[in-house]
Write a protein of this length. Structure first.
Length: 199
């Protein structure tokens, strides 16, 4: 076999005998062999294969995660409901708040029962208010991605609605008593009770 000497591999910088055992053929090379040794060329191909495989696996895992989040992100699930795209739509927002509150109550059922028990024994003016206090130490920051924020939003809507309806129901003479019991939820600035948008 004709000896062409050695070639220093462009990748690993090791001088290797220039023959087909160490270099793949390349017709356009003056000596007929590639600049990179076979070991390095294979390594590159293996790495490219591995990268493609990993990209495919990651894409599949991501699709599965998204599918599971959609499948389990409901009221009775461990994961909170994912926020819908059109939260600026009143109806969508209210529905999302409702689902978020269902999810929160499901997750914290023991706390809910304790709060209702305590509200009953205390003769609380608004069990909804008692529930809000039990579920939230303080109002959550406004965060459209946060299911707790929407659960809070819906629960406080209910507390206001309850106070408004109670004021409507009692004789006019008793209204100051209702306001005294529910100072937080009675809105004196509103003469007519506001009905929340519903479909
Ligand atoms: Zn090499």
């Amino acid at each position: 076999m004709l000896s062409l000497g050695t070639r220093t591999c462009a990748r690993c910088r090791v001088g290797k005998p220039l023959n087909r055992h160490h270099f793949y053929r390349r017709t356009r090379d003056p000596l007929g062999y590639q600049r990179m040794c076979i070991a390095c060329t294979r390594g590159d191909l293996d790495r490219a294969d591995a990268a493609r495989l990993q990209a495919r696996q990651e894409a599949r895992a991501e699709a599965l995660r998204a599918y599971q989040a959609r499948a389990v992100g409901g009221p009775s699930s461990y994961y909170p409901p994912p926020p819908p795209d059109d939260l600026d739509d009143d109806e969508v927002r209210q529905e999302h708040g409702q689902v978020c509150l269902e999810w929160l109550i499901h997750r914290r059922a023991d706390c809910v029962v304790a709060a209702l028990t305590e509200a009953a024994w205390d003769g609380a003016g608004s069990p909804i208010d008692a529930l809000a206090n039990a579920l939230f130490d303080e109002p959550p920051e406004e965060d459209r991605e946060d299911p707790l924020y929407w659960a809070w939003d819906y629960l406080t809507d209910l507390a206001y609605l309850h106070a408004d309806r109670l004021l409507e129901e009692v004789p006019e003479a008793d209204r100051p008593a209702v306001v005294a019991i529910l100072p937080e939820w009675c809105r004196p600035q509103k003469s007519a009770p506001e009905t929340p948008a519903s479909g």
